[in-house]
Design a protein around this ligand. Sequence first.
Ligand code: GLN
Length: 545
Amino acid sequence: MKKPCYLFVVGGVMSGVGKGTAVAALGQTLKARGFTITALKIDPYVNVDAGTMNPLEHGEVFVTKDGDETDQDIGTYERFLGLEITKINYMTTGRVYQAVIDRERALGYGGKCVEVVPHVPEEVIRRIEAATKLAKAEIAIIEIGGTVGEYQNILFLEAARMMQVRHRGRVKIILVSYLPVPGSIGEMKTKPTQTAVRTLNATGLSPDFVVARGPVSIDRPRQQKIADFCQVPWDHIIAAPDVKSIYDVPELFEKQNFSKKVLTSLKLPLRPLAKPLWRSYLKQKAAASGTVVVGVVGKYFSTGDFILSDVYLSVIEAIKHAAVANGVGLELRWLNPEAYEKSSGAINELKEVDALIVPGGFGNRGVEGKLKAIRFARENKLPFLGLCYGMQAAVIEFSRNVAKLKFANTTEIMPNTPQPVIDLLAGQHSNLQNGRLGGTLRLGEYPCELSPNSLAAKLYGTNKIKERHRHRYEFNVDYADKLQGVGMVLSGTSPDGKLVEIIELPEHPFFIGVQFHPEFLSKPLAPHPLFNGLITAAKKTSQSR
Ligand code: GLN
């Protein structure tokens, strides 16, 4: 096989403008041209993984098959590239330093003085090359989080510079930069991007391509301006205006021959574009008729005066995929559980939704409000899907209001509750007592067996599934008989029967809670069966109004 090529994607001007989407969309178009692709994410944080970061600061924690707690961009790569990405494709400053220090303690540097440069970038390169080899990738796309000029990503840029020297001609740099159009001027400004390029130049790198993000398309004169000032050919400046859906981006790139230009710059053959998947998805999406309203109850939506839906990114994507598969338009509503705690009338807003999702979460805040929402869904036959904490909350709600266990709770909130219907997983006591909290949840893919004839088995079309997990607490089987006696069905368990993974209420048209995170497995053209089922049920609710 020819030696692999590497594309580094870095940010300029500001973060959060879609580097992850650019990586995924470019990767998808290269894949459609028959190249084997892998994608890596570098987070400059000192945290060893994303599991210990507050989602309000960092966004969703995406869990890989092999149990790594990573950045939401890894999820975007999986969805666009149809890959299962593993640990080796995600790194943080903390993880890299930890590996260097561990190797030093094992005399792995043979008595050398271990220095920040070159040993830290060397470790970064080792990981990039190992991930590329593992994926047998012809092209690896590596996203460096944040923006150039931030002190904390300097060692990652140094790794890119070193690789450019070592793998001559096989390493290219793509700068994703933002071009504002200030309202008072009405003109797209290139200066911030020019400054970002200068800053990048100071690290010894020069962009081969610039992805020009902005509210509108960059025009030819401004492409020329960047070309003149920044040493990038004008036709290597790719317009990336805001679009309605991230699934429009591959087509946007392809129209500008981005993948061809990248392949030419890498001296790779121009293989023809084979049936691009995104076109079938967009076609299906365009054919949708009618609308379902899906409510998502979560406490991580508001940050100051702003609403942030990134925390639930995979859940939202999974709902969208299912809506497209069901041929129906979608209106998402972010619902704040704390509002249901403060005012008794607030819950009535659920009368206007066609389905309810309570996604994962941690801690006390908003839980009583979530319980009220779940009760409303149960009593009013509103289709309901509970994910992880949402499933645990559904068990608590049912225990309190149907099984009449007044004090039912999770020991996460009330460690001494006399009715711990949700309790710590076996083996987790010592982690909690010793403060071993990072990376110690039950993480990654586990098998689950479904009861024949259950709603779950019907939706999945099989009795054996595998799903990804991220939790420390679980259904307490001491309460299994009691809850089953009043109508709850435990329809999915671990193969040894010890862990309850799915609960459902057969008296209800669609009420299901799962201990895992199905949202991580949904793909645009392969929606997840649980979300698919929820949207099918939501369509019925909407039609019966
Ligand atoms: N806080 C719960 C637990 O640790 C649920 C976690 C989640 O929703 N991901 O078990």
